[in-house]
Write a protein that binds this ligand. Sequence first.
Ligand SMILES: Nc1nc2c(ncn2[C@@H]2O[C@H](COP(=O)(O)OP(=O)(O)O)[C@@H](O)[C@H]2O)c(=O)[nH]1
Ligand SMILES: [Mg+2]
Length: 458
Amino acid sequence: MVLETLGRKLDQTIRRIRRLPKIDKDAIITLIQDLQRALLSSDVKVELVFEMTENIKKEAMNTELQRAKRKDFIIKLIHDELIRTLGGKPAPLRIKPGKKNVILLVGIQGSGKTTTVAKLAKHYKSKGLKVVTVTTDTWRPGAYEQLDQLTNQIDVKTFGDPKEDNPLKIAVKETKRALNKGYDLVIVDTAGRHKEEKKLMDEMNKIEKVLKPNEVILVIDGTLGQQAYSQAESFSEETNIGSIIVTKLDGTAKGGGALSACAATSSPIRFIGTGEKLDDFEVFEPSRFVGSLLGIPNIEGLIEKVQEAEAMPDPEMARRMMQGKFTLDDLCTQLKAIRKMGKFKNILSMMGGGNIPDALKDDAEENLEMWETVISSMTQLEKENPKIIKRTRKKRIAIGSGVDYSVINRMLGQYNQMKKLMKNLGQLRKKGKAMGGMGGMNKQAMEMMKKLGKDFRF
Ligand SMILES: Nc1nc2c(ncn2[C@@H]2O[C@H](COP(=O)(O)OP(=O)(O)O)[C@@H](O)[C@H]2O)c(=O)[nH]1
Ligand SMILES: [Mg+2]
């Protein structure tokens, strides 16, 4: 497994959580220390480690969940933070079979570009594309032969001109020749360059301009650890890097540092190299990768389970809401639930079932993050009793959270509606109970929900 040491440590941490009889404050603190140790020993940047673990701690301490789900919830928190640190999932590379596709690889000498060109060729060939590679490296002696030998193993042709010493000319001529011959994917290798070598950087830029590739991929040596960041950064400044491939992640303790450093440049990691052989290559799927680091192959199943549990309100909150005690934090929880479940299931399940109109779900999707920022700029007192928020405070909150003044008003308007609805539903429930059943109430509740769907536009 890639990043074996980190994986082993995280796996141990998770096992320890699972074995605990209950997750209390002490357990969370121990977990955080375990996590910090594991991440620091894989060379993840200190600041990043503390930011991550602080987030996990805060969420873990502040979230009320049914006890049975708490362990899974904590694991999911760790998972989500790791994914965030790794920069999330890249958009798929847009390669269309039958069209003229070009990928350009750049990076420092020795980072593994040429090997990676052949690995990519193998990967895309197996997807049914007609792949060819081109080398424009006129610096390294025997560059053409090196790539040719590698691609021979997989029955892919390498184009190039060992006699030509102008890389730009080779790039244009050979790529054109390849596309004219009917290949639909040309993977172009470049000479190694140092981030300070102005001449080579210029050459790379020119090659990019003439070839107009679908994507420029930066190849970075994973054994660099955190230093990968400055390399990725200076390449990103010079050229239009679409994504990154981190190589040599086999047997390096610094892999964690390289991965997070690359992700920090906001270029997603697309593949990882895990050995010298052409098979030692993986599509980088953050979720699967993190799942295997944590020793949980079916991480998606776990996440789904936790999301459902998170979306269910705790009984105390439900009771308060039914009495009309509905705070702005409750509003966020509800919107989150709507976003997660796609349904107003949590509230309605208490009332006897039913769905809320889809419009609500879309609106929750759009506004939730902004509203959360706004709410986090408020005092606890204001969150609990938004009536006290007057004009000048609204202005301050708007500035503090970087939104327009009208956003605050609209949010508070929706909050008031929701609060009224909660109260009415609570009363309806009481009446329903007094009448000896829930049936009559359900219809009225649904009427109200329909009305809400109309009015509840953010
Ligand atoms: N262990 C390991 N070695 C690699 C990996 N990728 C490339 N290499 C080795 O790194 C060295 C430099 O690779 P090369 O492709 O010539 O780098 P370039 O100068 O950027 O083209 C070679 O010895 C490769 O076999 C990898 O993922 N793991
Ligand atoms: Mg090379």
